[in-house]
Design a protein around this ligand. Structure first.
Ligand code: GLU
Length: 297
C-alpha cells in the first residue's frame, strides 16, 4: 500500500491542503503503507518561490514523516515526454491548434469544466493558432470508478469533456498527465485528495486504461469552504493559512472536519499527540461528502 500527498507550491499551506495531507497520511499509515511526498511544481508561472520549502518545513514541524525522497514534477519532463511518445505510437494523440474562442464557438454545449472539445483537429490541425497543443482522443463510453468516500463516479468523457490536453500549446505538460505518470512510477495504490479533483478523476482513470495500468483506490475528501461559501483559495487570505504557531490547532480542526470525534481538550494538544490519537481512532466511514466551512485559524 502506497499513498501520497501532492501539493502544488502556489502559496502557503492552507486548511484544505492540510486536510488532504492528514487524510492521505492516516489512510496510508493505518494500513501500514508508505506515504510519499510530491511537489507539483509543473507550472512555473504559478509556482511561488520558497512555497515548497515552507510547506515541507511545516509538514516536518507537524510530525508528518514521509518515505523516501521528495519527488519534484519539474524534474520529470523527460519521462512525461516518453509517455506521450508511447501514446502517440498507440495512435491516441493528435495535434490541435484551436484557440479558446474556436473551441467555445464549436463546442456542442458547455461542460462543467469549460466547453466540451468537439474533436475539431482530430483529422489534422484546422485551427488558427500557431502553437500546437497535444490532445488525447477519448471514446464515447462511460468511465467508471468507485470512490471510497463519494461512491460510484461515472463520466462520459466524449460528451462531458472532449479530447483533453496532455501538453499545452505553451509546451507545459498537463496536470492530468503528470499526476498519473508520477503515481504509476511511484507505485501509488491509494490516492487521497480534495473533492475539487473529483471531476478530473475520469480523465485520469482513462489515462490509466490507455497505459494498461491498474487503478489506485480513490478517496476524495470534503471540500473546505471560505466564509463566502466558495472553495477555499488564496482569496481567503490569512484566515485559512496553516503556520507553525496554529498548526496543532489546525490539525485538531482537520480531524473534526473529517468527521472524527477528537475530544475538545485535545485542541490544546501537540501535533504529535493529535497524530497519535488519530492513528488509534481514525475511521474512514465517518468522513462526510458535504462541503464544510473551514475554521478561522
Ligand atoms: N497538486 C494538486 C493540488 O494541490 C493535487 C493533485 C492530486 O492530489 O492528485 O490540488
Amino acid at each position: 500500500m502506497i499513498g501520497r500527498f501532492a501539493p502544488s507550491p502556489t502559496g502557503p499551506l492552507h486548511f484544505g491542503s492540510l486536510v488532504a495531507a492528514l487524510g492521505s497520511y492516516l489512510l496510508a499509515r493505518l494500513r501500514r503503507g508508505s506515504w510519499l511526498l510530491r511537489i507539483e511544481d509543473l507550472d512555473p508561472p504559478r509556482v511561488v518561490p520558497g512555497a515548497a520549502e515552507a510547506m515541507i518545513r511545516l509538514l516536518e514541524q507537524l510530525g508528518f514523516e514521509w518515505d523516501g525522497e521528495i519527488l519534484y514534477q519539474s524534474s520529470r519532463s523527460k519521462r512525461y515526454q516518453q509517455i506521450l511518445q508511447q501514446l502517440c505510437e498507440q495512435q491516441q494523440l493528435f495535434d490541435c491548434n484551436c484557440s479558446r474562442r474556436e473551441i467555445l464557438l464549436s463546442a456542442p454545449h458547455p461542460g462543467e469544466e469549460g466547453p466540451v472539445y468537439p474533436g475539431r483537429c482530430r483529422q489534422g490541425p484546422v485551427g488558427s493558432r500557431e502553437e500546437l497543443a497535444i490532445r488525447l482522443r477519448v471514446e464515447d463510453r462511460m468511465i467508471c470508478c468507485r470512490d471510497k468516500v463519494f461512491g460510484l463516479q461515472q463520466q462520459n468523457l466524449q460528451r462531458e469533456i472532449g479530447d483533453f490536453v496532455l501538453r499545452r500549446a505553451d509546451g507545459l505538460f498537463a496536470y492530468q498527465l503528470a499526476v498519473v505518470v508520477d503515481d504509476i512510477d511511484s507505485g501509488v495504490t491509494q490516492v487521497v485528495r480534495g473533492a475539487d479533483l473529483l471531476p478530473s478523476t475520469a480523465r485520469q482513470v482513462y489515462l490509466y486504461q490507455c497505459l494498461q495500468q491498474p487503478l489506485p483506490e480513490y478517496y476524495h475528501l470534503p471540500l473546505a469552504l471560505g466564509a463566502d461559501q466558495e472553495k477555499l483559495s488564496k482569496r481567503h487570505g490569512a484566515s485559512a493559512v496553516v503556520t507553525a504557531e496554529n498548526g496543532s490547532l489546525a490539525l485538531w480542526h482537520a480531524l473534526r472536519f473529517l468527521g472524527q470525534p477528537v475530544p475538545e481538550p485535545l485542541s490544546k494538544a501537540s501535533a504529535k499527540e493529535l497524530l497519535a490519537w488519530a492513528l488509534l481512532h481514525f475511521s474512514v466511514e465517518k468522513i462526510s461528502t458535504c462541503p464544510q466551512p473551514a475554521p478561522l485559524l
